[in-house]
Design a protein around this ligand. Structure first.
Ligand code: ATP
Ligand code: ATP
Ligand code: MG
Ligand code: MG
Lengths: 258, 258
């Protein structure tokens, strides 16, 4: 089954980071050994997993520019089986610096090679920034599969075509194994007609690629990162936590079926 | 008073585009001659203002790479006094193409020179993508002032420091007149403690820079773009429209006071 997943969507604020943090936690909770790679200069995934500034002295930036192996940048979290390669704002500089480097799209896949070969992790989740620049391209080249968090809003739907065309282009040019393994609907408010309309459009167009589990809008989910905790640790009984546990289960069942 | 405003925030999904569309419409409704420059390859501001694919044959991409003057790319909207320089996904290519061009940070300010000199507009609002790359840098160099739409969420707050440091750096290096003219709180849900907490943190830290008017979360605001309409035309009486009219009034009063 796929081992490395990119969580990407150039539309901003659709739940990429929240899904990376909480899906990774839910997968680790059932015994999967998980690595989260924070590829966003905002460093939100690192913050949401409780990584301190001190622990970010070496991070994804150093790994991409070749100053550090992945293993040296990776830190443990308070969640058993869950590690993270953290990000800081200096990662924003990597987009410009990578431009002139050899094999600039392959920096991340090279960095992950040893970890994948050594079977250190069952799953790697890469949290991407809201763009289709060189950082996200590195994630899509390194990934076996792409997961697309999607907010049930009009602008989010508008961007989906551009994302799927980009994936198609990268599959042909740089990564023949890349495919869209799943679309997860986030911040879903079932009282909202627009959201229900977007859901039916997306399911109509993408069919079974769309996870049956939808993630509800739930204020506990947005409170958790201010405590440096995934929502599963912050409030295990809330609707958001339950949904991410169900999503993890659905993802693992799909992987088994191949 | 400032004439060119950048609407920027590298955090995704905070309401940059929604504010550009609806603030511009509210300003045009009271007689200001307004130009919206869509600097986001997603082209959401163009879509939300009803610009067809046909009308985007020439857009911001052609203007930035020097293939077209701004006037030839600008199209009228159905709103009197409101024009837009639209965007398409080819604008994403400009980030890479601008890298090797002379004065790459000054492409937009050069393009706006004639329009500003000819006094064609009272106000120019530039909608930025969710990053601090070369497109947003072009907006910050062209702008007299920066407006920061801010969602009352923890991750949005985390990014504010990085944005203000970037503005400081650009002011020293490329654009001495640049300052943060306003921060507008968007998608505000007053029943949500986290949102009230973020509001008090931001007002405590930035004082009067933060607009008194907050924009409430209002489903009519997110429905409007699917009809190609600003919310002021889609549902003039809803809470979102009222808030954007108040925000425009507050902005114009500030400009008068200088
Ligand atoms: N299910 C949910 N319920 C409530 N709030 C949520 C939910 N999922 C995400 N959020 C909040 O919505 C905002 C956007 O989510 P998030 O930052 O994860 O999106 P993103 O796609 O990673 O954004 P960016 O494009 O900036 O990287 C955050 O403030 C987050 O806390
Ligand atoms: N006041 C509001 N009430 C309800 N929904 C809103 C409001 N403002 C914005 N939205 C919705 O929230 C989503 C994010 O807003 P918008 O796209 O304007 O943010 P953005 O900062 O421009 O995003 P990006 O970073 O992708 O450019 C959109 O789907 C929009 O329709
Ligand atoms: Mg994110
Ligand atoms: Mg936008």
């Amino acid at each position: 089954p796929p081992r490395v997943y990119a969580l990407a969507n150039q539309k901003g604020g659709v739940g990429k980071t929240t899904t990376a943090i909480n899906l990774a936690t839910a997968l680790a909770a059932v015994g999967q050994r998980v690595l989260v790679v924070d590829l966003d200069p905002q460093g939100n995934a690192s913050t949401g997993l409780g990584v301190t500034a001190e622990q970010r002295k070496i991070g994804t930036y150093e790994v991409l520019v070749g100053e550090s192996p992945l293993a040296a940048a990776t830190v443990a979290t308070r969640i058993p089986h869950l590690s993270v390669c953290p990000a800081t704002v200096n990662l924003a500089g990597a987009e410009l610096e990578l431009i002139d480097l050899e094999r600039r799209e392959f920096r991340l896949v090279e960095a992950l090679k040893d970890a994948v070969a050594a079977n250190s992790y069952d799953l790697v989740l890469i949290d991407c920034p809201p763009s289709l620049g060189l950082l996200t391209v590195n994630a899509l080249v390194a990934a076996d599969a792409l997961m697309v968090p999607l907010q049930c809003e009009f602008f989010a739907l508008e961007g989906l075509g551009h994302l799927t065309r980009t994936v198609e282009r990268l599959r042909r040019a740089l990564n023949p194994k890349l495919f869209i393994a799943g679309i997860m609907l986030t911040m879903m408010d079932r009282r909202n007609n627009l959201a229900l309309q977007v859901e039916s459009d997306v399911r109509g167009h993408f069919g079974d690629v769309v996870f049956g589990t939808t993630i509800p809008r739930n204020v506990r989910v947005s409170e958790a990162p201010s405590h440096g905790l995934p929502v599963l640790l912050y409030d295990n009984a809330c609707a958001g936590s339950q949904a991410y546990m169900l999503l993890a289960g659905e993802m693992l069942r799909r992987r088994k079926l191949g």
